[in-house]
Design a protein. Structure first.
Lengths: 357, 255
């Protein structure tokens, strides 16, 4: 069979990848700039006889995900920053009940209503839990349409494996732009084995009742559940840390950027190299777990860093924690929905390297 | 010798944490009896709320899903959509359903979601210790209505009649209000639950049984006084009976 290549918007590619990953239930609420994703799911989920619900709010949508996930099926919701804030309660419950789910954030600028232009201001919310309690979600950051499709497709398998929700942190630019995308093999949602922990099919599974819950009122009972979850987090950190590197080994200055700002940084790197400047790029693909060990290793080799973000500086804190004072870490960011230009990043590179000389 | 009356199989034979005189125990039993009669124990899922009946999953002997406060109908929506051949019971109290979860219940009902809501209305917040509920009667004392519920002067609004509110929605097919304050009402309430569960299994649309229930602890009276208080104060305001029934007639439904 020839490759299935299409020209798609990022939002549509995420939707198609989810359908192909065997997503059985999608719940959404309109918000810009992710509306094409909800509309895509309406068309394709309903056409396949799967569940699509336009919920009355993002709060309801994430709790529908909770209900669907509790039955062991592949379930998903998507939104953009203000809507993802509303979902945080539900995400905390998903984590507390160890339910797998995929949540897509096609991020826009904030705080408050902010604007509808792309932003990376949701890094803290995404990587620090986001809701109440002691937990993390796995966070995957695509840099383009192909990557958005690939990571969404894989997200369903990852969340099922660890029983930790996976957040896809894209932004309005990735959601809206069109690129060629090779699509993955479709999976049939009815083809997955039933989950031993899920609600439903008790007779067929020949088991005692399952209780999907996040409540443990006795501290001595709650603590072990959190400790068990953190063991899984350790496992995730060992198995899942992902990053992409461009010319880091022979670089003096390593740009650290994810998603859209990594694309800008790659352009700045290429321009810098033409000027003979030894610049590399380190792009975290998993924002949680953050690929700290590799950054630390690069710092030990004497490389300094420039974090480039579409925020006032959020990921840079993880870079500094990883580097831990071994070498300088600089920051360049634009906010409010502005994507930094390659020229701006190049100027920052030149300023840092000139100062060092 | 045949056992004529015993403990329902779908309810674990353990003592509950509910206070003496609380209606939850009787309501749990009614649900369990109907499930047993319909042979659905291994095909039932309860979504239990936040409030006193968060304990429901300790007592029902079948699967459960416990969502966030008020989000129960949203979660039950998805549970039922994923398990359409199961009996899905969305168990909610008045705070869960009529305050924090108002949007969820209205839209689940309007979509005609095919689960059954058991709405326990005791006109007070139980677990948190007697605060005013959306269904608290005018003049009724609550820790957050220390001079009694004052709709206008203190801006506390009026008690909400949930069945009547939902009856306007096209997706609702069966809305009944029962009570567990005396044996006659308990029997009628069981009949409503049976009708609702049967309609659910036929896939008719949204069904709900509201059940007026005692909370002697937070009403600050004895269990014996509380059944009288319910009779004299709640039933006149919240009329009992089938508030809306657009289910096909029994023979038609069986055909």
């Amino acid at each position: 069979m020839s490759e299935d290549i299409r020209l798609m918007k990022g939002n549509e590619a995420i939707g198609e990848a989810a359908v192909r990953a065997g997503c059985k239930a999608y719940f959404g609420y309109p918000i810009t700039p992710q509306n094409e994703l909800t509309a895509y799911m309406a068309v394709h989920m309903l056409a396949k006889g799967r569940t699509f619900i336009q919920a009355e709010s993002e709060v309801s949508a994430i709790n529908m995900v909770y209900g669907a996930a509790a039955t062991g099926v592949r379930a998903m919701t998507s939104s953009s920053s203000p809507g993802v804030s509303l979902k945080q309660e539900g995400i905390s419950y998903l984590c507390g009940a160890d339910l797998p789910a995929v949540i897509v954030n096609v991020a826009r600028s904030g705080p408050g209503l902010g604007g509808i232009s792309p932003s990376q201001g949701d890094y803290f919310q995404s990587t620090r839990g986001g809701g109440h309690g002691d937990y993390y979600t796995i966070v995957l950051a695509p840099k383009g349409v192909q990557d958005a499709a690939d990571l969404t497709y894989e997200a369903f398998a990852i969340t099922e494996k660890y029983r930790i929700p996976v957040l896809i942190l894209a932004d309005g630019l990735i959601g809206q732009m069109m690129e060629g995308v090779v699509l993955p093999q479709p999976l049939d949602p009815e083809g997955f084995p039933r989950k031993a922990w899920a609600a439903g099919h008790q007779e067929e599974m020949k088991r005692d009742p399952n209780h999907v819950t996040s409540i443990h009122l006795v501290p001595e009972e709650l603590e072990p559940t959190i400790l068990e979850r953190f063991k899984r987090y350790d496992q995730v950190k060992k198995e899942l840390c992902r990053f992409e590197e461009v010319q880091v080994e022979e670089a003096d200055l390593v740009l650290v950027a994810y998603g859209t700002s990594a694309r800008v940084s790659l352009g700045a790197l290429q321009a810098a190299r033409k000027l003979g400047l030894k610049v590399g790029l380190f792009r975290p693909i998993t924002l949680w777990p953050f690929p700290s060990d590799r950054l630390s290793e690069l710092a030990r080799k004497g490389k300094r860093f420039l974090a480039v973000e579409m925020s006032m500086g959020q990921m840079v804190e993880d870079v500094r924690l990883a580097v831990n004072g071994q070498t300088p870490v600089d920051f360049y960011g634009r906010c409010g929905g502005i994507v930094p230009s390659e020229e701006e990043v190049l100027a920052e590179i030149q300023r840092i390297l000139a100062g060092q000389a | 010798m045949e056992l004529a009356f015993g403990h329902p199989k779908s309810l674990k034979p353990i003592q509950t944490k509910y206070c003496p005189g609380c209606g939850h125990g009787v309501i749990h039993r009614l649900i369990a009896e109907v499930i047993d009669e319909m042979g659905l124990q291994l095909k039932s899922v309860i979504t239990n709320p936040v409030g006193c009946s968060i304990w429901a999953d300790l007592y029902f002997d079948f699967d459960s899903v416990q969502p966030a406060h008020g989000r129960t109908p949203a979660a039950a929506t998805a549970v039922k959509r994923m398990l359409p051949d199961h009996l899905v019971i969305c168990y909610q109290g008045d705070g869960d359903l009529a305050a924090i979860g108002t949007a969820e219940i209205i839209h689940a009902a309007n979509r005609g979601e095919k689960f059954t809501t058991i709405f326990v209305n005791n006109a007070i917040y139980g677990m948190t210790g007697g605060q005013m509920a959306p269904t608290t009667l005018v003049g009724q004392y609550a820790t957050t209505a220390p001079n009694g519920r004052d709709p206008i002067g203190a801006g506390m609004g009026y008690p909400i009649k949930v069945c009547e509110l939902l009856a306007t929605l096209g997706g609702t097919k069966y809305l009944a209000r029962g009570s567990v304050n005396n044996p006659a009402n308990v029997k009628k309430t069981k009949k409503y639950i049976r009708t609702a569960f049967e309609a659910q299994m036929r896939g008719e649309g949204f069904t709900m049984v509201e059940i007026l229930s005692q909370c002697p602890t937070n009403w600050k009276m004895s269990p014996a006084e509380s059944v009288g208080w319910l009779e004299q104060n709640m039933i006149p305001f919240y009329p009992l009976g089938e508030i809306k029934n657009t289910l096909p007639a029994e023979k038609e439904a069986q055909a």
